[in-house]
Design a protein around this ligand. Structure first.
Ligand code: SF4
Ligand code: SF4
Length: 103
């Protein structure tokens, strides 16, 4: 998800409902209890994203919009890397029947 100011992410959240959001476990140390899951001894993921129909447990918990991230300042690197209109954004939006956005 990209920056929270005046952008379509706040009404979208498709990339938070499409992939396993996994990261080296130490990235999750600042997350509230229950919002990460251990995948392997060294790998964790956002709770809810290691499912056949992924949905991050932090999605919709922010105050900026209906699909705002509830842990925006602590979100792990995969979340910081997705940019509006990039390949991952486009694939996630397509998965949820949403048109691609310009980069
Ligand atoms: S899929 Fe794209 S538009 Fe939707 S939340 Fe993710 S980065 Fe934002
Ligand atoms: S931590 Fe936030 S940005 Fe990352 S997948 Fe969850 S809701 Fe989306």
């Amino acid at each position: 998800m990209s920056t929270p100011s005046s952008n379509p992410c706040l009404d979208c959240g498709a990339c938070c409902m499409s992939f396993r959001v996994s990261f080296y476990w130490t990235e999750g140390l600042d997350l509230p209890d229950g919002l990460s899951e251990q995948v392997t001894p060294h790998l964790a993921c956002m709770a809810g994203t290691n499912a056949s129909s992924p949905r991050c447990a932090a999605l919709g918990r922010g105050s900026e919009g209906p699909m705002a991230c509830g842990v925006y300042e602590s979100r792990p690197s995969p979340c910081r890397e997705v940019q509006i209109g990039d390949d991952k954004c486009t694939r996630a939006r397509a998965r949820h029947g949403l048109a691609p956005l310009p980069a």
